[in-house]
Design a protein around this ligand. Structure first.
Ligand SMILES: [Fe+2]
Length: 301
């Protein structure tokens, strides 16, 4: 880094730097409207709710959240990430959200040697997150913090909230109850970053199901954090409030993959099993069906 980039310009550094960053963010956002209408209920709601109205002309809705991207980590999978970002940008019927751990944000308070495993310092990761998410802004529904963003919160700074505020994206500090209204359906998503350190297949499946006992009736239970791919279909019954009749309303319990490599990381040192990289998108259909895409990459020699 050049000395001129480190030194403060004379007077009002914050204003000068912010103006420049603001202009770059505005250029990335492109001054266009959000692709769907997003609304929050009144402040009287005791629940972290969000409503999304999708244009009725869409043939379907793809939802591809970014979980555990870990920008700034030296083993972040840059190539795969940008390939997926360009697919997301070019898909006209796609919505996304930030499920947390978008940035590495390792500090002296991080576990093990995390603070030495960064290719980009946290200060630059903040700008990097702003500029990348500004490009996706039109499709981004909300932002959640991951445990990596929450490291800064230990110092009293909620960095994920600041990024969301800069970009004008709804922010939720833990859970988001997101209802996608599309073609007469209410697709209800319950999203959280995820917690815990489960490593076995059974323990990860149960970790993903943590919200099932108390959260009814949701259609998709979405977490990440474990850097693995899992789609678990759960049979559910709901009741039509108008007629009183029961109907089938199956749900997907999902663990999203990450954009972090394995060998050379803390996970490999601790002998956690290698996780899956990439995206796990779902497609909402007009008739209420939900399909999930799990990818098994690799060559078959
Ligand atoms: Fe995490």
């Amino acid at each position: 880094m050049k000395l001129s980039e480190i030194l403060a310009p004379q007077n009002k550094l914050e204003e000068i730097a912010s103006e420049d960053l603001r202009a770059r963010i505005d250029r990335a956002k492109g001054h266009r409207k959000h692709v769907a209408r997003i609304s929050r209920p009144s402040e009287r709601s005791d629940f972290p709710e969000l409503f999304v109205d999708v244009p009725p002309t869409w043939p379907y809705v793809d939802i591809a959240p970014l979980y555990d991207v870990h920008r700034g980590h030296s083993r972040h999978l840059d190539g795969l990430f940008y390939r997926h970002i360009s697919w997301m940008m070019s898909n006209p019927f796609l919505l996304t959200f930030d499920g947390g751990d978008f940035s590495e944000f390792a500090s002296k308070l991080s576990v093990a040697s995390g603070v030495y495993e960064q290719a980009l310092q946290p200060d630059r990761q903040f700008e990097d997150a702003l500029l990348i998410q500004a490009k996706l802004w039109r499709k981004m529904l909300f932002k959640l913090p991951g445990n990596h963003e929450l490291r800064a919160k230990v110092l009293g700074l909620d960095i994920a909230r600041h990024i969301a505020t800069w970009l004008g994206i709804p922010y939720f500090p833990d859970f988001c109850f997101c209802t996608i209204r599309f073609a007469g359906n209410n697709f209800r998503i319950l999203a959280h970053h995820g917690t815990g350190a489960s490593t076995t297949a059974g323990a990860q499946r149960m970790a993903a199901r943590k919200m099932l006992p108390w959260a009814r009736c949701f259609d998709v239970f979405w977490t990440g954090h474990l850097h693995n791919s899992l789609v678990d279909v759960v049979y559910q019954i709901d009741h039509d409030q108008k007629t009183g009749h029961a109907f089938e309303r199956d749900a997907l319990v999902i663990i999203a993959p990450s954009y972090l490599g394995y060998f050379g990381t803390y996970a490999a040192q601790k002998m956690y099993p290698p996780g899956m990289p990439g995206l796990l998108p779902i497609r909402l259909h007009r008739d209420g069906r939900i399909d999930a895409s799990v990818h098994a990459r690799g060559r078959r020699l």
